[in-house]
Design a protein around this ligand. Structure first.
Ligand code: FES
Ligand code: FES
Length: 152
């Protein structure tokens, strides 16, 4: 089947019922997308499909309905997405394992809600777990990214 990921079209030879997470990691070697739980409970595997944040462990390859964006295609090292640069400003990551999912979830939130309240942030981010407890810095970084994006 064909799949477009981070702006590149790929032909992959996989079963329809393979989770998108495995297509990305094992077939396309996009290991910035993380496997946490495999059962929609942690958010580590979050990517965008047509801009919508989805759990890639729960989307079957045959059901992918649009272009996929991963943490590796959200920005570039030369032109980081505002969320990525805010993450650096706030030194959000600790072990880092959950962070690509957090960033993808945050980017989808800001695309829909440019000026989120604390409640909006908590509601959008509540499914993304961080065992290192970086939640206060995540919230601060989302606010920084929101104000940067509103300036553009
Ligand atoms: S690995 Fe997909 S939600 Fe945890
Ligand atoms: S930074 Fe370690 S799990 Fe979130």
């Amino acid at each position: 089947m064909q799949i477009t990921v981070d702006g590149k079209r790929h032909e992959v030879d996989v079963e329809d019922d393979m989770p998108l997470l495995w297509v990305l990691r094992d077939e396309l070697d996009i290991t910035g997308v993380k496997y946490g739980c495999g059962i929609a409970q942690c958010g580590a595997c979050t990517v965008h499909i047509d801009g919508e944040a989805v759990r890639s462990c729960q989307v079957l390859a045959g059901d992918v309905w649009g272009d996929v964006t991963t943490i590796q295609g959200l920005g570039t090292p030369e032109a980081l997405h505002a969320v990525q640069s805010a993450w650096i400003d706030h030194q959000v990551a600790q072990c880092g394992y959950c962070q690509s999912g957090q960033i993808m979830q945050a980017a989808a939130l800001l695309a829909e809600t440019p000026n989120p309240t604390d409640q909006d942030i908590d509601d959008a981010m509540s499914g993304n777990l961080c065992r290192c407890g970086t939640y206060p810095r995540i919230r601060a970084a989302i606010k920084t990214a929101a104000s940067k994006l509103r300036e553009v």
